[in-house]
Design a protein around this ligand. Sequence first.
Ligand code: SAM
Ligand code: SF4
Length: 440
Amino acid sequence: MEKKYYIETYGCQMNVHDSEKLAGILSKLGYEASPNEHNADLVLLNTCSVREKAAQKVFTRLGQLKKLKTGKPGMAIGVCGCLAQQEKDLFFKGRPYVDLVFGPKNISELPALLEELQRERKQLLALSGPRQEPTFEVDTVMRDVPYKAYITIMEGCDKFCSFCVVPFLRGREISRDPHSIMEEARRLADLGYVEICLLGQNVNSYRHENFDFAELLMSLHEIPDIRRLRYTSPHPTDINQKVMDLYGSLPKLCNNLHLPLQAGSNEVLRRMKRDYSREDYLQKVEYIRKRCPEIALSSDIIVGFPGETRDDFDATMDVVRQVEYSGVFSFKYSQRPFTSALKLEDDVSEEEKGDRLAVLQETQREIQVRLNQAKIGTTQEVLVENHSRKDAEMLMGRTTCNRSVNFEGSAELLGKFVQVYITSAGPNSLVGERWPSGRH
Ligand code: SAM
Ligand code: SF4
């Protein structure tokens, strides 16, 4: 009987894609996917350490898996991703039920680790140094949606923002050879993928010798069967003139840009070591919006960074209202190991952080409702990705702005571009009808 695996993914898209690579490796080894941990012979937690809450969740989950393993001693438990790299062999301390711990750059070592585990049942650790080449690609990647694909183009980060643990865990920036990126993209196009999302912790600081991010986008744009290009997560400083000028001139470059603001107060930005000011940020927004008026901008925002006053927070809210983001990932600041912000006193109370987060989220919700309702009565082109999560009779597709649209339709539309007439809208999605109506 085939062995079964179950992977649970925490955190960012980089981790989601790493899990796709892990699933590919395991399927090549003859493992089958299990929908949950109960029937699995191997459970992998692909972890995140960016915020304390994400890290805590992993420890809680391990407690549950320990109980499961008591009744299934043959089951193997592995922990990988950023928290594994952070905790190293400390993960094993008091946890004899954890079999494997490996870092984000050690994914390709999984077959060897499993073989060793089979030979002698002992706890195995595989971690990399900050300059080790990451696993950009593996032979088989198990992608969820057969029409849109992530491609890793760079790993690591050299920015060292004062709140962020990523450079300490994912290591220094390493950009992938463009030939290998182009090859992967062409292969995906041949397999029928029509949308590509380029991934990197600091994606637009991509540079391989003299070949930069804008040039990479232009080269990918030339692949005939790739119809949409996206990327995440860029840093506002590295959105340079060359990249900004691609908006409105590269038709396949999607009308959405995730541009993490973090804070709207110059004083807080300085303490965060973000190396741009509120004015720099807003100027870039204005320039891009002029070139591409339809663009949907989204953002990451941290509230309650050390020393953030009520006025600083109001400055953030002011940018939020001015820019009118299509979506915001908002977080309460939490102290992370190794980071330079640890030297600052975490002086905004939990209660105040919670209040600020609630104000931000409520305002953002109102903005999203307004922006989405403005789409009612328009016709949008969507790439049909899946059946709707809430209603199996409905399909879900995404616009170039990355808005999700639910509409009635049959499975043969999956993977196709269709026009949808928008009839209603909520804060997180649009609803519509296939246009012209009457088609399946
Ligand atoms: N590279 C991206 C950038 O430059 O904005 C961000 C990547 S980071 C992994 C994802 C988001 O987590 C950040 O944009 C930030 O908003 C949030 N984050 C990181 N460290 C945090 C911390 N210590 N407390 C709260 N949020 C944090
Ligand atoms: Fe973290 Fe800053 Fe690098 Fe983004 S740019 S991954 S926030 S250090």
